[in-house]
Each structure stands twice: as C-alpha cells, then as structure tokens.
Design a protein around this ligand. Sequence first.
Ligand code: GLA
Length: 387
Amino acid sequence: MTITTVAHTQSLAIPEGFFSQQPLIARAPGRINIIGEHTDYNNGFVLPAAIDKAVYVAVERRSDHIVRLYSTDYNEQYEFSLNSLTPTGTWCDYILGVVDQLLKAQLPITGFSLVLKGEVPIGAGLSSSAAVECAVAFALNELFDLELSRITMAGIAQQAEHTFAGVRCGIMDQFASLLGKKGYAVKLDCKTLAYDYIPLQMEGLSIVLWNTNVKHSLASSAYNERREQCRQGVTWVAEKYDGVESLREVTPAMLEETVAARNALVYKRCKYVLDENARLLAACEHLASGNMQALGQKMFESHSGLQHAYEVSCPELDLLVDWARDEPAVLGARMMGGGFGGCTINLVKEDAVEMLSERIAARYYGQTGLQLTTHVARIENGAEIII
Ligand code: GLA
C-alpha cells in the first residue's frame, strides 16, 4: 500500500488518496483498573488510570452524508449513510454507535472519512472498545465544533457500547480513557461522577499486566447477566427500604434481611459488590499513605471475590494470581476488567519484573500451552488531539 505524505500517515498507514488534505488526528488510551471491579454499573467506586496503549483515529469532513471507514489493523473499508445506521457485527459498530448517539442528540454533523488504528490489545480487559469509542467521540467533537465536555463524551461512548455492541457496560472505561491523567489514578464515584486524582507514585514498584491471551466467549452474556442479578437484588431491597435505587444505598444488613433467604446466588453477587466498594475505599487510603503492601492485599482479596462470589474469573487468570501469591516480589494481583480472560494486574517490585515475567510465562506455557504476554503499564493522559 502506498503512503501519502501528510503527517502521521506512516504510523497510521492511511491509504493513498483516502483524505483530500491533512486529517485531524486524535488518540484515546486503554485503561487499567487498580481495584473496584463490576462496581461501576452498581453506582459504586472504581480506580482506573489511562495507559500508554491507545487507539488513533484520523478524520476529515465530507459534504455528503457518507461515513467512510477504514481500519488499518483489519485492512478493511466500509461505507455507510448517516440516514440509516444499524449495528453491523463488525469493528465499525464502535464508531457507528458513537455517530448514532450524536445524531440522536441532534448535533450538527455531516458525513466524514475516518481511519482507525489500534494498539490496545483486543480482549485483554484493557478496554480497546472504549478507546475506539472515545477516540471517535473526541475526534468528531473537534471536527464538528460540538463543544461537548469530556464527561458528556464519556456518556455518549458508553451508550454506543450499549446500543451497538450490546454490552450494558458501566462508565469506568470511557471515563478513564477521556479523563485519565499522567501519573494519577482516577477515583471515580459512579453514582455522582465526582472524581479525584490520586498520585500513583509507587517507589520501586511497577504495574505489570500479564495477559492470559484467552477470551472466553461467554464474556458479554455473563456480563449482562451479572448486571441483571444485581438489579434483581436492588429491587428486593427496595421493596422494603425507601430511597434504594442501586447497591450503593444498600448495607450488608439490608441485603441479609431481604435477599439472602430469597435467592442465595443473587445475595452472593450483591454482597461481592458491597465488599468490593469497601475494599476500594480502604485501598485508596493505603495508596494515599504509601502502604503498598496493604494495597496489594486488597487486590488479592478483590480477586478472591471475583473468582468465588461474582464468578467472572477463569482458570487461566486464577493460575496467574495463585502463582503471584507465592512470589514475595508481587505485592498484589487480580484479574482486571469484565473477566473470563484478558489480563491480571500485578504490583511488582521493579527489579524483579523481568525475571518474574519470564518465569511465570514459562510456567504458564508449561501448564496451558499458551503464550503469556507482559506489559509494564505507564500511566498517561486521557484522549487528546494530536494534529
Ligand atoms: C468492563 C466494562 C466496565 C466495567 C468492567 C468491570 O470493562 O466495560 O464498565 O463494568 O468491565 O469492572
């Protein structure tokens, strides 16, 4: 494929003649989450951060109603009309879902051409889909002078995931991708969307992602099922207690009283969410006071909850966390993101990262026949315009 001479075309591999002039280029990152898993759609707390792996989009306005999309990674091109957007079951949905939300909000957009290139591994629990949605929302906001706030764009990107990708996700991934800050984690209250930046100064420690390189197929159906179980629990508590709209207003005693005897599984799921919120609040204090050992302990506890109570882990993730527990150089480890595959997040003593990654990868290969990949996450800013 020949490359034009406009800036960044080389790294984005923009096909010759795709744009008539220098396109606008935006980047939006993937994310990690230190603790607070499956709490966002329950109005709880999360502690994500944007990372050094991002999605890039180049965009140019058109004067018609055509949306022309090219993916560098898939080497595929599609065209759609703004007048009839429906889910396609392809990578285009993460883009079209955003466009559909902009149209529904009656924002003044026209057709456009777009090139997409991603470096966030897909299915790794690093929110590659949110990164695409956020990069698109951010780029189109700039291209069409829509003047949307980052928080509004996060909501739009989340809705895109609901309507076009079919996953009823919370706000964490999109929020982190748009509002992340270099060197900081975002402590986000998903009920009010109030947030604080907490410095991630972890002297002598690295945030290491070990990718199982598996993604089990039940991930999105199980995700929606967990969400539904939590909603059921809330309904039962609310029959007895006024003002209960989410698990955030629910105490362990209320849960015990109104849900435990009615449905043990729903109780177990809801109790996990309450416990995870409590773990997150404790973890934030440990982080602020520099007690990394205690923070790591909360991460291990989080994993146990995800494995046994919320049941969204898988054997490959459990192996990695079990081995991490036996390593003195690992302060904390847990599965990250929606679950059923993807990465574990590990707090590892910096000087042991290389040796340990090699050892765990060899052990993982020996046990599963699968390759383990390691990424040491650097914490970066949220979405930005590059050109
Ligand atoms: C996925 C979703 C998020 C969040 C996590 C689990 O990443 O997109 O909204 O629910 O799973 O914490």
